[in-house]
Design a protein around this ligand. Sequence first.
Ligand SMILES: Nc1ncnc2c1ncn2[C@@H]1O[C@H](COP(=O)(O)OP(=O)(O)OP(=O)(O)O)[C@@H](O)[C@H]1O
Length: 454
Amino acid sequence: MASDILVVDDEQDIREIVSGILSDEGHETRTAYDSDSALAAISDRVPRLVFLDIWMQGSKLDGLALLDEIKSRHPDLPVVMISGHGNIETAVSAIRRGAYDFIEKPFKADRLILIAERALENSKLRREVTELKKRSGDPAELIGTSVAVSQLRQTIDKVSPTNSRIMILGPSGSGKELVARMIHRKSSRAAGPFVVLNAAAITPERMEVALFGTEGTPGQSRKTGALEESHGGILYLDEIGEMPRETQNKILRVLVDQQFERVGGSKRVKVDVRIISSTAYNLESLIAEGGFREDLYHRLAVVPVRVPPLAERREDIPFLVDMFMRQISEQAGIRARKIGDDALAVLQAHDWPGNIRQLRNNIERLMILARSDGPDTAITADMLPTEVGDMLPKISTQGDQHIMTLPLREAREMFERDYLIAQINRFGGNISRTAEFVGMERSALHRKLKSLGV
Ligand SMILES: Nc1ncnc2c1ncn2[C@@H]1O[C@H](COP(=O)(O)OP(=O)(O)OP(=O)(O)O)[C@@H](O)[C@H]1O
């Protein structure tokens, strides 16, 4: 994927040489001749890399001051200083102030290309590390040998190299985001960003700012939105059904002409973004009710990809349990345990309404609870948390009466989850309406659902 590089220099020759060499390498370049035009270019669209001259005649800010300004707005944007013979010391001090490197005039094309590549690679690695930290539990590949997962893998391989828009359909916790990340990794945009915007976790009022950013006012700085952040990469719109109707109209326009305006501005920002969206609920019924634009649905779901619920691929459960055990033992320093066949059978028989996320949460609890029993004893069915063993209630008999007991907290959680699932279904999957009905803030409901493994 070509990278967008901004070259800032007051000398036209240098601008042309630098951008010419980089364009020959397949990069997209833009130029600016002073601090104002550089800041304007950056606010049109944030580039991936900036080459910045230290001495610029007629510029309001000199190179170092402009570097500070750029870094204060975009701390992760790499900047390479272009220094003349006499100002190496300034270049060195620029590095202390956050520049990635410097290149001394006159320079050879090879050196310029090398520095650009290193700077781009370095910032890509930094982004990846941040991503990895965020999703440290994610496996690199889909776990499972079921037909459903094998087909899903094949679909991912087929759709990744194309540029088509994908809609991932599947219940909460089934691995939709993981699938989207895999498509990103296997696509030609792998070097570009992967940005997530969860429509269910953002209030409708804040949605447009989150997506389009704000132009900023004299007292308030400009903010880039998810669309701009994902330029050259992939934007993952999670829970697309929750997108407010008005924002849907604007997204449709972005899809048509790949341009948008920041909130409070009229300048058009051009972006090159591939959109992957996802939904856990039936969008068709939402469309029928008028809650979702049908034309937008068709544009987003050029290729629909289905992620099956865990209950439809029970044969994968032993592999997942094994992987989570190892992962949790590494992360939490708890020794992995053997798991008895009876316990595995219970785990495989469970319906897992919260899918893989819920399975993982339960394995974690199980490992923590079983910790004191000695590392070598296998986990047996009676050690399973009650939530898993809801088919294994503690039943006692008094006379001819059978009494079922569940620990209070777990019983509450279980009923709370079932209750919330029932309400969500009743409102056709619309989180806003469910939240209103159950008297919770939308984001609080979203957090609650995640914590209950829904
Ligand atoms: N096939 C799989 N193999 C291993 N781990 C998986 C698999 N599928 C999902 N997971 C793990 O399960 C958890 C939930 O997955 P993910 O967040 O992708 O689900 P989701 O469908 O996007 O959920 P939501 O709809 O709530 O956003 C993650 O920790 C993910 O790493």
